[in-house]
Design a protein around this ligand. Structure first.
Ligand code: PHE
Length: 363
């Protein structure tokens, strides 16, 4: 457990390191991962008829800031680098925020087609679809001139679109898809794929043509290619009808027993939802206040009993210009009924932490 002056990894997050849901048999995250591996194994073969894409799913989550940011041309002042957004182990190491952190080392090794699945970590808001740990899969394909009709970004894009549309349809069925312009520092052009599923447009993955400066850094200027990153929880939630991201971390058999390897067509049947408990907390925001700091503290104290943290009221004092915010914390267990006493105690711990550690002035 890192504890130096530059570390901001709470125990509750560090506990998740090594859980590796993407390696756990019959777990929904693992099921989606295997499905995607199989799609690639079927659709992309080498000259010997063997799967073209090599798969990696055991890279440890602590990476250097060079791997996570610099090698991917992330600007020095990019918000993603800030300790409000990223878990730092020490000044030079982070818990990876995306699987793209492994692109460059594999490209330098000379790999041309690979998939990397891993647990990723981000400081974020708290609601049914955000959790400080989640899983991503990265895919990268580099082409030699002889492998493309023309050695151009257009030809790469065409291959990317065909491959990823096929991938998404293999998961979600024959749904409407659309490509949307996006920005990532390490791809150009960059685009996101959205799918119309259960009545709304869902952002499924980020992708693009690998930036020539990334290829230069990796000494691979003889090739061009594409990369994509897909969030596995998001797919698993819509595909299996899982209403809350915390369920992926439960040990409750009533959840886990509903899934089996190789089966992506079953839907989660919710067991009875336990009642929520709401608690409000109001404080003056100090200068430089960042919501993620508050959310992290709540998560740290309440663990998986916190379902949602939302602002329900805010105002700015006319004379002092100070901002006051009222947050509503929703507590609910996925597994049992909560008692008033235990929630009162948690809420008291939140209040104490907020005033004494974060030094926010409670109202
Ligand atoms: N790493 C990006 C993210 O986490 C996704 C991505 C991967 C985009 C590869 C382009 C290419 O949002």
């Amino acid at each position: 457990m890192p504890s130096g002056p530059h570390s901001n990894v709470p125990a509750g997050v560090w506990d998740k390191v090594g859980r590796n849901l993407h390696l756990q048999r019959n777990h929904p995250i693992q099921i989606i991962k295997s499905h995607i591996y199989q799609y690639f194994a079927r659709s992309h073969k080498d000259m010997q008829g063997m799967p073209l894409f090599r798969t990696y799913d055991e890279f440890p989550p602590v990476v250097t800031t060079t791997q996570n940011f610099d090698d991917l041309l992330v600007p020095k002042d990019h918000p993603g680098r800030r300790p409000t957004d990223t878990f730092y182990v020490d000044q030079a190491h982070v818990l990876r925020t995306h699987t793209s952190a492994h692109q460059s080392e594999l490209l330098r090794r000379g790999e041309n087609a690979f998939l990397v699945t891993a647990d990723c970590y981000r400081r974020d808001e708290i609601d049914a679809s955000h959790y400080p740990v989640f899983h991503q899969m990265e895919g990268v394909r580099l082409f030699a001139p002889s492998e493309l009709a023309s050695f151009t970004a257009e030809a790469v894009l065409e291959d990317l679109k065909r491959t990823l549309e096929g991938l998404v349809r293999s998961l979600l069925g024959d749904v409407p898809l659309r490509w949307v312009d996006a920005y990532f520092p390490f791809t150009h052009p960059s685009l996101e794929l959205e799918a119309f599923f259960h009545g709304s447009w869902l952002e499924v993955l980020g992708s693009g043509v690998i930036h020539t400066d990334v290829l230069k850094l990796c000494d691979r200027t003889d090739r061009i290619g594409w990369a994509f990153g897909i969030g596995i929880e998001r797919i698993a939630m819509v595909l299996f009808d899982v209403p809350d991201i915390r369920l992926f971390w439960t040990q409750d058999k009533r959840f886990l027993e509903q899934f089996s390897d190789g089966n992506i067509s079953n839907r989660f049947k919710p067991f009875s939802k336990y009642p929520p408990v709401y608690k409000d907390i109001t404080f003056w925001c100090p200068p430089g206040f960042h919501e993620n700091d508050f959310c992290s503290a709540v998560r740290d104290i309440a663990g998986d009993l916190v379902e949602r943290v939302q602002v329900i009221d805010e105002f700015t004092h006319g004379k002092t210009g100070r901002q006051s915010r009222c947050y509503r914390i929703t507590y609910r267990s996925m597994e049992r009924s909560l008692t008033n006493t235990e929630i009162d105690e948690l809420q008291q711990n939140v209040r104490t932490h907020v005033s004494q550690e974060l030094r926010y002035e409670l109202r």
